[in-house]
Design a protein around this ligand. Structure first.
Ligand SMILES: Nc1ncnc2c1ncn2[C@@H]1O[C@H](COP(=O)(O)OP(=O)(O)OP(=O)(O)O)[C@@H](O)[C@H]1O
Ligand SMILES: Cc1ncc(COP(=O)(O)O)c(N)n1
Length: 272
């Protein structure tokens, strides 16, 4: 019998995007690119493509819990990320299982609204996110509108960004990454990192493209993969930023709307 290879394992708890650009699909593609064994717990199935979200179908609560049990009873993720969690009730149950199985290295991507405007998490779930998920988070990775919704702070200045990061830290996340994709900065995009003491800003050139569907999912999945390898949070964030930059720069021609990023850009770009 051949010798089995030890691998790092990462879990995503998120929604399915039938179009393959965001959600579970983006996460698993990214895990694969990083050489990490990917697992998934699906909260909801979305009928979605590059033009928008056509439907949202939650997995029955029992099915959600059974997936979490199945993973926990056999497979221990070295790191996990959450994406679209659908509702406050689902968030509460997911937090319960994360604690039950003592899972660590948790990246909370507080997905709320799709780029096209579709609601992926009810507003009633904000409190559950604050109360149950943020205290479990090694890293929370909101975009600007999500950080505003979770803190009630309008982010339009450098000071308000720091203030919002402090509030998210106080809500329990060890590291806060406020992503800059939605910020109107000329030619650049800056992600802002806060760990309760210091601030780090990662800036790169803004790619002029409409194909940014799934950027947040892909970034947080790359970060989770790096944490699964046991990397420090700072180094994992830097690596994730490099990966998403490359994936956006080498965009692919898929669909007629807001296309996905190129998950395999590190490896092979397109074909003849
Ligand atoms: N046009 C761009 N050029 C370069 N980097 C970008 C661009 N847009 C976003 N990014 C980067 O992509 C990552 C995700 O940021 P963004 O603010 O878009 O998250 P998001 O809104 O949660 O994404 P999504 O909802 O599409 O999954 C960040 O690291 C950000 O800096
Ligand atoms: C299942 C699922 N999860 C997350 C997103 C967010 O990605 P985006 O904001 O790029 O639409 C999405 N559209 N669908």
């Amino acid at each position: 019998m051949g010798q089995l290879i030890k691998v790092c394992k990462a879990l995503t708890i998120a929604g399915s995007d039938s179009g393959g650009g965001a959600g579970i699909q983006a996460d698993l593609k990214t895990f694969q690119e990083f050489g990490v064994y990917g697992m998934s717990v699906i909260t909801a199935v979305t009928a979605q493509n590059t033009t928008g979200v056509q439907g949202v179908y939650p997995v029955p609560l029992e099915g959600l819990e059974q997936q979490l049990e199945s993973i926990g009873n056999d497979l221990t993720p070295d790191a996990l990320k959450t994406g679209m969690l659908f509702s406050g009730e689902y968030i509460e149950r997911i937090a319960f299982y994360i604690k039950k199985f003592s899972w660590k290295n948790i990246v909370v991507d507080p997905v709320m609204i799709a780029k096209g405007g579709a609601e992926l998490l009810g507003v009633e779930a904000l409190e559950a996110m604050q109360k149950h998920m943020l205290p479990l988070a090694k890293v929370v990775t909101p975009n600007i509108p999500e950080a505003e919704a979770l803190t009630g702070i309008k982010i339009d200045t450098a000071e308000s960004k720091v203030e919002a990061a402090r509030v998210l830290f106080d809500q329990g996340a060890e590291y806060v990454v406020i992503k800059g994709g939605h910020m109107d900065e000329e030619g650049i995009v800056t992600d802002f990192i806060y760990d309760g003491e210091g601030i780090l800003e990662l800036t790169d050139k803004r790619v002029d493209t409409k194909n940014t569907h799934g950027t947040g999912c892909t970034f947080s999945a790359a970060l989770t993969a790096e944490l699964a390898y046991g990397k420090t949070v700072e180094s994992a964030i830097e690596q994730a930023k490099k990966y998403i930059q490359t994936a956006i720069e080498h965009g692919i021609d898929v669909g007629s709307g807001h296309g996905p990023v190129n998950h395999f850009a590190f490896r092979r770009i397109g074909h003849e």
